[in-house]
Design a binder for this molecule. Structure first.
Ligand SMILES: [Zn+2]
Ligand SMILES: [Zn+2]
Length: 246
């Protein structure tokens, strides 16, 4: 990945030379790596104080992800998956083996995950190795690591078990003010929404998820889609052709 791709993924503003700055200022550590043929956005999100981290969607290129984790001096507490499409799950097995952290995904995508070979065949990839899924992502069970808490929002439509992961600002937190963040998987993109013509996809359902859940979030929430650049809820509410007037 070159610097331009990195910037386009929403991580760097032009001129900012290194994410190491986050470590120095005590702000949330957040590194985005574009992995695999389909350039899935893999996120490393770390607590600068405790050095605990989560990894979201290690789709491939696990060695690069592990190198970034090491560079930040982080310990991975959980490996989260926004949905079980092949470009988001390919590195789960190796990440789990190396870090010892549990793999979590939504129960409704298990069947899709078990059909990795079929997905691989369809897309012309070699099927990645599968791993055990240690636990399920559920709306009622937030993910906690370090001083942070991530809420699970089940947003079916792109796949049955698609989730968005919402990192709100902690109430009364003394940590540096950071924007609220949504890791949207392939449910919402800058200017578009996830395709619904693949296994278990439903246009009605994705619209219901977007209307009833995602768009209830505040305008200022920064959205990191599963591919492409970052955006905000407000920007998409106003400009996204699928969401205008919804
Ligand atoms: Zn997908
Ligand atoms: Zn994807």
């Amino acid at each position: 990945m070159n610097l331009e791709e990195y910037r386009l993924a929403g991580h760097l503003s032009p001129g900012k030379s290194s994410d190491k700055a986050d470590d120095r200022t005590g702000a949330l550590i957040h590194e985005i790596l574009l992995v695999g043929m389909l350039q899935c956005n893999c996120h490393i999100v770390g607590d600068p104080a405790t050095r605990e981290a989560i990894v979201i969607d290690p789709g491939e290129e696990v060695d690069r992800i592990l190198a970034a984790i090491k560079r930040h001096g982080l310990t991975v507490k959980a490996i989260l998956n926004t949905h079980a499409h092949i470009d988001h799950v390919g590195g789960l097995k190796k990440m789990r083996e190396v870090t010892g952290a549990p793999v979590l995904m939504h129960r409704d995508d298990l069947e899709l995950y078990r059909n990795l070979e079929m997905q691989a065949e369809w897309i012309g990839f070699k099927a990645p190795q599968m791993t055990e899924v240690d636990d399920f992502l559920q709306e009622s069970s937030p993910i906690r690591w370090g001083g942070y808490e991530l809420r699970v929002i089940h947003t079916p439509g792109h796949t049955k078990g698609s989730v968005c992961l919402y990192l709100p600002r902690a109430a009364g937190s003394s940590r540096i003010i950071e924007p609220e963040t949504l890791f949207a998987g392939d449910t919402l993109f800058a200017g578009s929404i996830g395709r619904t013509d693949l296994w278990g996809g439903s246009f009605e359902e994705i619209m219901r998820s977007l209307r009833g859940k995602v768009l209830t979030l505040p305008d200022e929430v920064v959205v990191y889609p599963g591919h492409g650049p970052a955006t905000t809820i407000g920007q998409e509410r106003e400009m996204n052709p699928f969401l205008r007037g919804v």
